[in-house]
Design a protein. Structure first.
Length: 239
């Protein structure tokens, strides 16, 4: 096999990988948009029932699901070796999924009880799904924009998020009592006798998120050129 033939095969393989990456990114985008549309439809249905609890994070859930998913779909196929685009896709999908299960549970259990199946299952999924949503957002802040952490210290912090996220998911999934965000709804799989740890779990994850956000300030002070502009635009969009 000649060197020219090998080069042609590598180029063909690269084009196939690029097409596959583009398909995957846009499929994730389509799923996020579909879940967001369904979430808003369920919200409108719930609003037609006076006095029903409203998911207070529906605005940011909608904006962040569309925004992160769109950025990920545009970036991931072009820079498939950089994890940032894929993390954008995943974070956008998680925001859409959290919003959807929240609205589904509210409508199925509070607005029109019995009208939809698996309302309690949706509430239970919501009880822990917000944890990876926050955890992955923290990793995004640590890795943006080049897909790498700045130093060994921040690498250890990234591992802290990686280990704290699944542990917090288990704690939240088993905590009894009212679910934060779905206040009138209780965790159907909460273990009675255990303390309700939703607030401590939420506080822990939000603290990790804020500390991860501070890494962008450190990175901005050291960045130059294109990287500096990327961080500035990311900060503007976040605000």
């Amino acid at each position: 096999m000649t060197e020219g033939t090998r080069q042609q095969r590598r180029e063909a393989r690269g084009r196939r990988n690029a097409r596959a990456a583009a398909w995957l990114a846009w499929i994730m985008w389509a799923l996020s948009i579909a879940l967001t549309v369904l979430s808003l439809w369920l919200l409108l249905l719930s609003l037609s029932h006076p006095g029903v609890h409203i998911f207070v994070h529906w605005i940011e859930g909608t904006v962040l699901a569309i925004g992160f998913s769109t950025v990920g779909a545009l970036v991931a196929p072009r820079y498939s070796r950089n994890s940032i685009g894929w993390i954008f896709c995943a974070v956008g999908f998680l925001y859409a999924a959290v919003h959807f299960v929240a609205e589904y549970a509210i409508y199925a259990l509070l607005a029109a009880p019995g009208s939809l199946p698996a309302g309690e299952a949706a509430a239970w999924v919501f009880s822990w799904l917000f944890v990876p949503q926050i955890g992955l957002s923290g990793l995004l802040l640590l890795l943006f924009p080049d897909g790498r952490v700045q130093s060994i210290g921040w690498r250890w912090f990234a591992w802290l998020i990686v280990f704290a996220t699944p542990a917090s998911m288990v704690v939240a999934a088993l905590s009894p009592g009212e679910i934060i965000g779905l206040d009138p709804i209780h965790n159907p799989l909460g273990i009675e006798g255990l303390p309700n740890l939703y607030e401590p779990v939420q506080a822990l994850m939000l603290t990790l998120l804020l500390l991860a956000a501070s890494s962008q300030l450190v990175r901005l002070r050291r960045a130059r050129g294109v990287e500096q502009q990327q961080i500035k635009w990311f900060a503007y969009a976040a605000v």
